[in-house]
Design a protein around this ligand. Sequence first.
Ligand SMILES: *Cc1c(COP(=O)(O)O)cnc(C)c1O
Length: 362
Amino acid sequence: MNSSNTNLKRFWSPKVHDLSPYVPGEQPKLTNLVKLNTNENPFPPSPKVFVAIQNQLNESLRLYPDPNATKLRQCLADSTGLNIDNVFVGNGSDEVLAHTFQALLQHSEPLLFPDISYSFYPVYCGLYGIKKCEVPLSEDLTINVSDFSQPNGGVILPNPNAPTGELLSLMDIQQLLMANTNRVVVIDEAYIDFGGQSAAQLVPEFDNLLVVQTLSKSRSLAGLRVGFALGQSHLIEALERVKNSFNSYPLSSESQAGAIAAIKDVSYFQETCQANIAQREKLAGQLKALGFSMTQSYANFLFVTHETLRAQEIAASLREQGIIIRHLTSSPRISNYLRISVGSVVECELLVQALTAMVAAS
Ligand SMILES: *Cc1c(COP(=O)(O)O)cnc(C)c1O
């Protein structure tokens, strides 16, 4: 995008001038890269996903998909112990979050979220004109839930948090819900399957809870674009109203079929999650031995800082060797940290080798 010619920007709607869009982690076209920058799962999707998608590839593609994604929503209801009217689905959880901001978080008071968190939240605030208040993490980069009881138009936070990986307990979430009974509390559980306990079980008890999840990380389906929200039916209805005012068919028939197959393959899901967790713990140990310290991650990434080497130099040097990780510079507090996705065994070995050489040479 390059509209440096100011004169040509006269075609833009006024609001577009002021947007600051999200910058996704890069998706380089080069092959043979060790890609540890966007928290993709190193395992392939369940083989059953391929069969389910193949089965959609026939003349019925001329038809629109089910606008209500009824089978997928029922499948998610069954797997979470909720009802179909507690489930909303969207084109990736980013779309689910976008609709959530518009449907439930647009009030006169500011939306609260941690100062170090998913960087899409301030972007949606900008898009929808929502006031924000970024609540500082504690000194040790953890969330203190009692900081989220000031007057607000809603609360949103990832659990585990990104990019720190730190996990809040269900008791913390309950405290947050009870302190904000007049506003919606959104728990973005993109990484919950890597060792956390989902707040989905609190949905029947709390009329102000919306839980958002994705198939992109723990189900290895970032390319399929499927996310969902769980909440009481009045919250889901608000999301449906926005969705049906925006795009009636956000999920293709392939996405719906593939997502159902992924959710139903419970044993594959559990095995790959366990393997990712084991790999995370192994990598954490290896990095600590090399002089890194890190937050306690319950996600599929580590958030690390080195005692002597600078984060920026580590990232640059790894990149020269074909290994890409994420150096987030959004806040000075974390500018010497690196977020490293937990890759395959081979990818992690290559990373550790490169870092070992770097530390030895320093
Ligand atoms: C990856 C991620 C998402 C978005 O996931 P998609 O479903 O792929 O859009 C949402 N929230 C957080 C915190 C994430 O890390």
